[in-house]
Design a binder for this molecule. Structure first.
Ligand SMILES: Cc1cc2nc3c(=O)[nH]c(=O)nc-3n(C[C@H](O)[C@H](O)[C@H](O)COP(=O)(O)OP(=O)(O)OC[C@H]3O[C@@H](n4cnc5c(N)ncnc54)[C@H](O)[C@@H]3O)c2cc1C
Length: 608
């Protein structure tokens, strides 16, 4: 096998959403990086719906952007329809979502990555992983080349042993139109990684000319929604999406054809996402419902394909055509691509640290769908962290750790390292216990110091954000002093706001918040911080209570078996997950506060 003459700092395997983000940040940190992917024409391909963001996912994209990542910028450049979801609800759950032009998104991502110094992109399918003494020494490709690096990120998505299902038809594939990754899956097993099976599905795409637009509702694009905190010039004009509904007839067609579903005929064994069910799942599980919503979303500006959001299915093609034609406005639908389900291998939980480094192999990091998640944003978020840490490994620097209190990124990774996954993991706002603090609007203020420390934003940008932060604090202080003088004795803003005699609206009229106008973004921050000061301060106190557990590290070779008083069930769980600190240990299912107290005593005895 020919060995490529140059050695890299980091090799990223897979040019999906995790891989692009990992390669981008690794190169941005000054590390020579190689992005190795099966097909250069499918870099950043949106395998399912051509949309980025949404509830909690939009928060992740904003955090990626705040950390100096790329997803939000490409989404803004190629958006064709924006929504601010939950706009009428509180700031914690508001989230941006964009319909993007599928092909433009891919091409813009590829073009951007091609222009990044230190980053090389090569087409190649990794078939084998070479390793020695707990360390990977190189990867070999189907094309007959061995590439070597200091550290490696595997971001192979739904491709590991991928098997596609359309009714009774089944064939191997990484996603529709792509080959599966078989050698890599076997190679990961040889390294000692334990793999399981999950599944997901995608809806059909139909031709625009076959939609009766007079029968469907229009959903126009929202104004002033963006992902990136930087000024990004949109490249495309905005367009409409549409909404329609299934009918009683749709339900009947599905019920009488359930045996033609790969899912219900027992052909698929892997578990799928409960919250993103197939249409047949919805009909069976919510049989009392008369109808289900269907979003008609254009796939781009240079295509007539429409994505039918909410209609994912593993039914045979003939049944798909029948049930789609039973939907209002789709009576003459012309299917261009059928819906399908896919089953694939993923790495079982308990095998990675919060840095996304594997516990087994020192210079191997995993990111994206391979860790059991689903979704482009979840994948990109992990890619960002794995890319930063693989680069840090190559540079012999400390790993980056983001706590649950810092970000949705921290929440997601903490969940991945401390929970058994029973289905593909998707982010929700309900997963974040401190969600009033982890808002999409303040992602930059929460994360810019990490981004700066990791060399992902410039000093100039750092100072600019720092001064914005100071301005907000100063303005909060000014308002506090003003209000305090009005109410007398109360000492903090949260106490003032919680005071029973306090009439906030009246006070606002007398002392309007915009007395000093700092611009829309900053005024908005001040307004939210003040409106929710009581709740925010309560969440801050809770965070402080747990923060000290984060700092009590558990050594990698810690022996749980010898600890007297620790229950056997707790020992088994701790040995399986090998938590890196007491905070992670405290969140493992089945670990009690008493177990944590015993552990704390033992760790303190050992000098922790
Ligand atoms: C049918 C289907 C339905 C889906 N439905 C949903 C949904 O409803 N909701 C949702 O949020 N998400 C859905 N997804 C998931 C979404 O596509 C993924 O979560 C996301 O793309 C994962 O990103 P990733 O970077 O981990 O992997 P991917 O985007 O899958 O990218 C993997 C990359 O790795 C490359 N690769 C694989 N093996 C090798 C190898 N051996 N050598 C070199 N390169 C390799 C591939 O070519 C590809 O570029 C669906 C995916 C599919 C396929």
């Amino acid at each position: 096998m020919w060995i490529y003459p140059e050695k890299y700092g980091v090799i990223v395997i897979g040019g999906g959403h995790a891989g692009c983000e990992a390669a981008y940040v690794s190169a941005k940190k000054g590390v020579r990086t190689l992005l190795l992917t099966m097909n250069l024409d499918t870099i950043a391909k949106l395998s399912c719906n051509p949309s980025i963001g949404g509830t909690a996912k939009g928060h992740i994209v904003r955090e990626i952007d705040a950390m100096g990542g790329i997803m939000g910028k490409i989404a803004d450049q190629t958006s064709i329809h924006y929504r601010m979801l939950n706009a009428s609800k509180g700031p914690a759950v508001q989230a941006p979502r964009a319909q993007v032009d599928r092909i433009a998104y891919q091409f813009e991502m590829k073009k951007t990555l091609e222009g990044i110094p230190n980053l090389e992109i090569k087409q190649g399918t990794v078939e084998n992983i070479l390793f020695e003494n707990n360390s990977i020494t190189g990867v070999t490709t189907l094309e007959g080349v061995t590439y070597e690096a200091e550290s490696y990120v595997v971001a192979s998505g739904t491709f590991l042993n991928g098997q596609i299902f359309i009714g009774h038809i089944s064939f191997s594939g990484g996603r529709s139109g792509d080959k599966p990754s078989v050698g890599l899956s076997e190679s990961l097993k040889k390294l000692g990684l334990k793999l399981g099976k999950l599944k997901t599905g995608t809806p059909p795409r139909i031709h625009k000319r076959s939609i009766d637009f007079s029968k469907v509702e229009i959903q126009p694009s929202d104004e002033n929604v963006r992902f990136s905190f930087d000024e990004v010039k949109p490249l495309l004009s905005q367009t409409n999406c549409f909404i329609t509904y299934t009918t009683e007839q749709t339900k009947e067609i599905i019920q009488k054809n359930l045996q033609k579903s790969a899912l219900y005929s027992g052909k698929i064994t892997g578990l799928g996402p409960r919250y993103c069910p197939s249409l047949e799942d919805k009909v069976v599980r919510f049989s009392h419902r008369d109808r289900h919503q269907v979003f008609l979303e254009p796939e781009g500006q240079n295509t007539s394909e429409y994505y039918l959001s909410g209609m994912s299915s593993s039914m045979s093609f003939d049944v798909q055509l029948e049930f789609i034609r039973s939907i209002k406005g789709l009576e003459n639908a012309e299917i261009m691509r059928p819906a399908y389900a896919i089953e694939y291998d993923y790495a079982l939980s308990g095998q990675i640290y919060s840095s996304l480094q594997t516990k087994l192999i020192d210079n191997l990091f995993l990111a994206g769908q391979i860790n059991g998640t689903t979704g482009y944003e979840e994948a990109a978020g992990q890619g960002l962290i794995a890319g930063i840490n693989a680069a840090n490994k190559a540079l012999k620097k400390e790993m980056l750790y983001l706590s649950r209190a810092s970000s949705y990124l921290g929440v997601m990774i903490d969940d991945l390292i401390s929970k058994d996954l029973l289905e593909p993991y998707r982010m929700f706002t309900s997963r974040a216990e401190h969600r009033l603090i982890l808002r999409q609007d303040n992602a930059l203020l929460r994360l810019f110091t990490y981004a700066y420390k990791e060399g992902l934003i410039s000093e100039e940008r750092y100072k600019e954000i720092q001064s914005q932060k100071e301005l907000i604090e100063k303005e909060k202080q000014r308002l506090e002093t003003t209000y305090k003088s009005l109410l007398g004795k109360k000492s903090s803003l949260s106490q003032i706001l919680c005071h029973k005699e306090f009439d906030y609206q009246k006070l606002l009229q007398e002392y309007p918040l915009d007395v000093v106008d700092h611009g829309k973004e900053i005024n908005n921050q001040i307004q939210i911080e003040i409106n929710y000061a009581g709740y925010i301060s309560r969440q801050e106190k809770e965070i402080a209570k747990f923060e000290y557990l984060d700092k009590i590290n558990i050594p990698k070779n810690f022996t749980y078996d010898k600890i007297i008083g620790l229950r056997n069930e707790a020992k088994e769980k701790l040995k399986k997950f090998l938590p890196e600190n007491l905070s992670v240990a405290s969140r493992l299912a089945g670990i009690s506060p008493a177990d944590i107290s015993i552990l704390m005593i033992m760790l303190k005895k050992n000098g922790a």
